[in-house]
Design a protein around this ligand. Structure first.
Ligand SMILES: Nc1nc2c(c(=O)[nH]1)N[C@H]1C(S)=C(S)[C@@H](COP(=O)(O)OP(=O)(O)OC[C@H]3O[C@@H](n4cnc5c(N)ncnc54)[C@H](O)[C@@H]3O)O[C@H]1N2
Ligand code: MOO
Length: 330
C-alpha cells in the first residue's frame, strides 16, 4: 500500500530516517513480535535485519494535519475508555494498547459504549464481558485503530462519549459473613458438615471472612431465630445452607421470608444452583444456598458472590438474565 502520508524509501537509503510503523517478525514456532518500533531511527546495522524479514523498502511517515498515528490514537482511546487506578495500560505495540487489571477484582464493561466505539469505522475495541473475576495482570481489553493513521476527529468522538469509562474494575470489600446451616442430620452429628468448609474457602478467595457458623434443626422458627442472631450482630451478609428444595423439611426459603427479608428471587436460571435464593434484610444480603454449592466448584452462588462482595446490590433482572449462557453441567 502506498499512500500520500507515507514516503517509500529503499532500505539501503533509509539510514537516519524514522520508521513510520511497527515492523513484525514471525519465525514459526520461535518468535512473533515487534522487530522494530514505530519511530525507530534506522541504522546501518538494521539493513540486513530488515532484508531478512523481507523488507526492501520502508515507509517514512508524514502525517497530514488532522490525522494521528495508530499508536497515539490507541493511547488516547485507552485513556478515554478505561482511565482508572485499577487498570494498567501497556505501551502501544503494533498500533494496539492492552488494558490489564491492576488488582483482583470484578470487571464491568458497558456493552453500549463498546458498541458505539466499534460503530466508528476504523476503530476496534475488544473486551471481556462484565462481572468476571479478574486477577492482577490479567488482560481485559485491547484497543486499536485499523489503519496506520486515522482522523483525529474519530478519536475525539470516543473521548466525548458520555458515561465513560467503558471499562472498570471494582475491588472486593472485606465482609464479615454469618452462616446458618440447616439439617437435623448435621445438627445431630449423623453426618459431618461439608457446607462450612466449602463456603469458608469461597469467601476467603475474596478476603472476606466466615465469622461464625450456627447449626440448626429444620424448623422454621429456629432458622428465623438464627437469622435474627446474625442481623443483631450486624454481619455484612448471611448465608443459610441447605433445605432449599421441595421436601417437607426444606424450610429455608420460608424462614428467610419470615425473617422480614425482601425476597429478590427464589430460583435462579443457572444449572447448577437453580435453587439459590437471594434476599435483602435492609441492606444486608441473605442468601439461601442449595446443596450443590457444597460440592460444585462453580454454581449460581459463584456468579453472585463476587458481585455482592464488590458492593453491588442484586436486582431481579440480574438474576433472570443469567439463564442465557447459564447452563454448565449439573
Ligand atoms: N423434586 C425435586 N427435587 C430436587 C429439586 C427440585 O427442584 N425438585 N432440586 C434439586 C436441586 S437443584 C438441589 S441443589 C437440591 C437442593 O438441596 P437442598 O438445598 O434442599 O439440600 P438438602 O435437601 O438440605 O440436602 C441435600 C443433601 O445434602 C446433604 N447436606 C445438606 N447440608 C449438608 C451439610 N451442611 N453438610 C453435609 N451434607 C449436607 C443432605 O444430607 C442431603 O443428602 O435438591 C434437588 N432435589
Ligand atoms: O440448586 Mo441445584 O444446584 O441447581 O443443583
Amino acid at each position: 500500500m502506498k499512500s500520500s502520508f507515507m514516503r517509500e524509501v529503499r532500505v539501503e537509503d533509509a539510514v537516519g530516517m524514522q520508521l513510520g510503523h511497527d515492523l513484525t517478525q514471525i519465525i514459526p514456532g520461535q518468535f512473533k513480535g515487534r522487530l522494530f518500533k514505530a519511530g525507530h531511527i534506522i541504522t546501518e546495522e538494521d539493513i540486513p535485519r530488515l532484508l531478512d524479514i523481507g523488507k526492501r523498502h520502508i515507509y517514512v511517515m508524514e502525517i497530514p494535519v488532522g490525522f494521528l498515528h495508530e499508536n497515539e490514537a490507541a493511547e488516547r482511546m485507552a485513556k478515554a475508555l478505561a482511565e482508572s487506578q485499577y487498570i494498567e495500560k501497556t505501551e502501544p505495540y503494533e498500533g494496539k494498547v492492552t488494558l490489564k487489571s491492576a488488582i483482583h477484582g470484578l470487571i464491568k464493561v458497558d456493552p453500549t459504549l463498546v458498541h458505539r466505539v466499534n460503530q466508528i469505522e476504523g476503530l476496534a475495541l475488544a473486551t471481556l464481558t462484565s462481572n468476571q473475576v479478574v486477577r492482577p495482570g490479567q488482560p481485559l481489553a485491547g484497543v486499536r485503530p485499523i489503519p496506520l493513521i486515522i482522523e483525529e476527529e474519530k478519536i475525539a468522538a470516543v473521548e466525548k462519549l458520555s458515561h465513560l469509562p467503558a471499562i472498570t474494575v471494582k475491588p472486593f470489600m472485606k465482609k464479615k459473613v454469618g452462616v446458618v446451616t440447616t439439617g437435623s442430620e448435621v445438627l445431630t452429628g449423623r453426618i459431618k458438615d461439608k457446607f462450612g468448609p466449602a463456603v469458608r474457602e469461597k469467601l476467603e478467595q475474596f478476603d472476606s471472612e466466615l465469622v461464625e457458623q450456627r447449626l440448626v434443626n429444620d424448623d422454621l422458627e429456629s432458622i428465623v431465630q438464627e437469622i435474627r442472631y446474625f442481623l443483631d450482630r450486624k454481619v455484612d451478609m448471611i448465608l443459610v445452607t441447605g433445605g432449599m428444595s421441595v421436601d417437607p423439611d426444606d424450610r429455608t426459603p420460608g424462614a428467610i421470608k419470615a425473617s422480614g427479608a425482601r425476597i429478590v428471587r427464589y430460583g435462579t436460571p443457572m444449572l447448577p444452583g437453580s435453587m439459590l435464593l437471594i434476599a435483602y434484610h435492609g441492606a444486608t444480603p441473605i442468601l439461601g444456598l442449595p446443596g450443590c454449592v457444597m460440592h460444585d466448584p462453580f454454581t449460581s452462588f459463584d456468579v453472585f458472590l463476587p458481585r455482592i462482595l464488590a458492593g453491588e446490590t442484586i436486582e431481579e433482572a440480574d438474576i433472570t438474565m443469567i439463564g442465557y449462557g447459564g447452563y454448565y453441567t449439573c
